[in-house]
Design a protein around this ligand. Structure first.
Ligand SMILES: Nc1ncnc2c1ncn2[C@@H]1O[C@H](COP(=O)(O)OP(=O)(O)O)[C@@H](O)[C@H]1O
Ligand SMILES: [Mg+2]
Length: 180
């Protein structure tokens, strides 16, 4: 098994624990089997990001990252799942996206992360694009077993919503998240 983990870009604000650690309930867990699931995951990600307080432009970037990861699941593994979760650290909120599948895996991760590398004749910008768009990036893969990509983006506005506002936006109580 091989993996690549980026250090958080703002190390003073972020603990460096693995972004794949999931100790609290997910805000959304979606099976990804089809083009329609990709669209739904994208929409759900955008809605959750907006609910957390991300500006519209950032929510669009997050939605784009989610659709690239979902697209890779459908293209290379046929099926898998995406989990979206709101996360907190000391002074900001963010979103965690975990894409997992039990597909063929990736034998050469550094190569797969190079812009322009593709085994399917497409643009090969998906993984490097996701890496660039998000603040934290971790990929783990085992050939023949599957692939997990876990990414986080922190709200760059430093504009914490009040719990009431967060609850209003999400139309549900804010989840009781454990900081990573
Ligand atoms: N979930 C996955 N399972 C297996 N291989 C994958 C997966 N995601 C990406 N890859 C491999 O990494 C390569 C690069 O992915 P990506 O950057 O999204 O470019 P593209 O999808 O355009 O080829 C893919 O061509 C594929 O070989
Ligand atoms: Mg791709």
């Amino acid at each position: 098994m091989t993996s690549i983990t980026d250090q958080p870009r703002e190390a003073s604000h972020c603990k460096t624990a693995s972004v794949a650690v999931l100790s609290a309930p997910a805000n959304a867990q979606m099976a990804i089997n089809s083009d329609q699931d990709i669209v739904l995951a994208r929409q759900k990600g955008r809605a959750l990001a907006t609910g957390i307080g991300f500006a519209s432009g950032d929510a669009t970037l997050i939605a784009t990252a989610i659709s690239e990861l979902a697209r890779n699941i459908v293209s290379y593994a046929r099926k898998g799942q995406i989990i979206l979760r709101m996360v907190n650290n000391l002074n900001r909120q963010g979103i965690l996206v975990v894409a997992t599948d039990e597909g063929p895996g990736i034998s050469d991760i550094p190569q797969a992360l190079q812009a322009g590398f593709s085994t399917s004749g497409s643009l090969g910008l998906g993984l490097p694009g996701v890496r660039r768009l998000m603040d934290e990036f971790e990929i783990t893969s085992q050939p023949g077993r599957g692939t997990t990509v876990a990414v986080k983006k922190w709200d760059g506005q430093l504009q914490r919503l009040s719990p009431t506002e967060t609850a209003n936006r999400q139309r549900q109580p804010p989840p009781n998240n454990v900081p990573l």
